[in-house]
Structures are given as structure tokens and as C-alpha cells.
Write a protein that binds this ligand. Structure first.
Ligand code: PMV
Length: 330
């Protein structure tokens, strides 16, 4: 994602000598899928919640020098828009935004993107960049956008880069609320009867969702009835989990997580590293654990309480987790 030396040099020179003005800021949280990943692509329900401990922030300011200058240090990107390929994830958001907003003359802008969401780990970093960047651009260029418009735009961008996404990532990141998601249906924010705690642990392995989604699609094409049965079972788990959360009985989620993980293993989207972390969490006292997101790498989630949070976190780190985040669902 870097640019050549000349591009970097020009960027640094103008950073030193030209001061931007008028700044607009927007941010978007990360997310985790509690239940239903992969089956959600095939119309079954899934549950996802925002993770506010990590986020993307975008600052847009007027630039005195011509062009749209992007500074995203986390991915080592320092470049002018037109030096990037048009299908670059960040460039495609800006090009599509300007096109759809019917901006005839390109504005001169400085765009700074910072993120604490690990890339390709199931925490929704791509969707969060799209949503925060869209909102910052809209606000800076005086274009008003409703949440529904931001969400629809972000879904189109997800489709450009992820093949056949369900739309769950952009939805939960846009609305920043717990979402019971069924593809193509109106958004349902779910009620949390009693708060509960989820521990997120990162394998440190970046795994593109597009690949696992593509592999599941190949399996499904070969034997639709077999995999539809698995998707049905996962959908039932999501449905039951929502009822348990609504009724204030989160303790039931542990068993449901374990069942969901077993079905994801059958779908071939787990990995030895994910399985090791799941086992470690359960062994250290978590009520249940599963992979979260596309799988093959990325994160696992575990249901913990005030007594088990610390020992489970320690066990996960000893088993090789790169990082752990504790988040309250409320
Ligand atoms: O972006 P991730 O890795 O959290 O995964 C998204 C969830 C999938 O169900 C695997 C794909 C999708 O589009 O819903």
C-alpha cells in the first residue's frame, strides 16, 4: 500500500511548508460478530456489536496546495489521490464519494486517517475507514448524509472489495449499536436485558475475509443441501442467542458460542491457532468461546465475568494471543 520514494518525498516537503486550514473530524468504531458469521451471507440472522475500545478517526482539512493528499501512517500510506490505483480501498471511497456527490471540481484536501483497529482481523477495520471517511468528507464538503445513506454507500464499497458481503460490517459500524442482522431486511437494533462481558483475543494472523467467504461458497455450490442445513443450525443459534440476551440471561450464550464454533469448524473456516485460543479460553473458565468474523485468522471471542476475565485473558496471552480487548455489551 506504500508509494514510491518520490511520492513520499513530495508529501513530506508539502507537510513542512504548507499549513492546512478548516478541519472536519469523524470517527467510527470497530465491531465483532457474536453469532452467525458466514451463514449471514446466505440469509440467516447474525448478531454483531460495536467495539468502541478501537476506532478509526478521519480528519479532513482544506489544503493550500492542489490535490487530495492522504496520510494514513498505520498502513504506511502518504500519497496524492491520483497517484493511487483507482481500486485502492481508500482511493475508491474518495472517488465514489466525489462522483456520487456530483462534485465537478476536485477540492484541494488534506485527509489524515488514524486507526487502532487491526487490519484483516474480523474487527471491521475496512468498514470503519469507509464510514469515518465518508462522514468526514460529507461534513467537510457540506453534503448532508443520513445514517441510512452512509450505510448504503459503505455497502457498495464493501462489495467492491469483498466479493459477496452480507452488509453486516458496514451496518454495525455505521449505527454503532448492537444489531440483529438479516441480509436485505430493515435494521433491527437488539435490546440487552443484562450487560455481559466479552473478551476478544487476536491470533495476530491477518486473514482476508474474501478468501474464507469464497471457499465457503465453493463448498456450498458442490453440496447445497448439506451446507444449507449447517446454515440453518447457525441461524437458529443466532435467533436463540438474541432471545437470551433480550431476556437478560447472557449465561446461556456460552453454550451457544461453543455450538456455533463447532459449526464454523465444519465449515472449514477455523484454524489450529483459533482452535487453540478457543480451548485455552474455555480451560481458563470462560463460559464459552468461538472464532469471530471470517475466520482462518483474526480474533476469537470468549464470554467471561468479573471473576474469569483476568485469568482467561492471561491464559489467552500465554497461548499466543497477540492482544486481548475486554468489551462490555450493554
Ligand atoms: O469482516 P469479518 O471478518 O468480520 O467477517 C464478516 C462476516 C462474514 O459473515 C464472514 C462475511 C459477511 O459478509 O457477512
Amino acid at each position: 500500500m506504500g508509494v514510491d520514494c518520490d511520492g513520499n518525498f513530495l508529501f513530506i516537503v508539502r507537510q513542512l511548508f504548507i499549513r492546512p486550514t478548516l478541519m472536519t473530524t469523524a470517527s467510527a468504531p470497530g465491531k465483532i460478530i457474536l453469532f452467525g458469521e458466514h451463514a449471514v451471507v446466505y440469509g440467516r440472522p447474525a448478531l454483531a456489536v460495536p467495539v468502541t475500545q478501537v476506532h478509526v478517526e478521519v480528519n479532513v482539512s482544506d489544503s493550500a496546495s492542489p490535490g487530495i493528499w492522504i496520510d494514513a501512517s498505520d498502513v504506511d500510506l502518504h500519497a496524492e489521490l491520483n497517484t493511487l490505483p483507482s481500486d485502492h480501498p481508500i482511493a475508491s471511497v474518495i472517488h465514489n464519494f466525489l462522483f456520487l456527490s456530483r462534485v465537478s471540481t476536485f477540492p484541494n484536501l488534506e485527509i489524515k486517517i488514524t486507526s487502532t483497529i487491526p487490519v484483516a482481523s474480523g474487527l471491521g477495520s475496512g468498514a470503519a475507514v469507509t464510514v469515518a471517511l465518508t462522514r468526514a468528507l460529507a461534513s467537510h464538503l457540506d453534503r448532508s448524509m443520513t445514517d441510512a445513506e452512509v450505510n448504503a454507500f459503505a455497502y457498495e464499497i464493501e462489495k467492491l472489495h469483498h466479493g459477496t458481503p452480507s452488509g453486516i460490517d458496514n451496518t454495525v459500524v455505521t449505527y454503532a449499536k448492537p444489531v440483529y442482522f438479516v441480509k436485505g431486511e430493515p435494521i433491527e437494533v437488539f435490546k440487552v436485558g443484562k450487560p455481559f462481558t466479552i473478551l476478544i483475543a487476536d491470533t495476530g494472523i491477518a486473514a482476508p475475509t474474501k478468501e474464507s467467504v469464497g471457499d465457503v461458497r465453493r463448498l456450498w455450490r458442490e453440496d447445497k443441501s448439506r451446507w444449507e442445513t449447517i446454515f440453518d443450525k447457525i441461524g437458529e443459534i443466532s435467533f436463540t442467542a438474541r432471545r437470551a440476551i433480550d431476556a437478560g440471561k447472557p449465561e446461556f450464550l456460552g453454550g451457544l458460542m461453543n455450538e456455533n464454533h463447532a459449526l464454523l469448524q465444519t465449515l472449514t473456516v477455523s484454524s489450529p491457532e483459533l482452535d487453540r485460543l478457543v480451548e485455552s479460553a474455555r480451560g481458563a473458565g470462560a463460559l464459552g468461546a468461538k472464532l469471530s468474523g471470517g475466520g482462518r485468522g483474526g480474533n476469537i471471542i470468549a464470554l467471561v465475568d468479573s471473576e474469569t476475565a483476568a485469568p482467561v485473558s492471561l491464559a489467552l496471552r500465554e497461548t499466543g494471543a497477540r492482544n486481548t480487548i475486554t468489551t462490555q455489551v450493554s
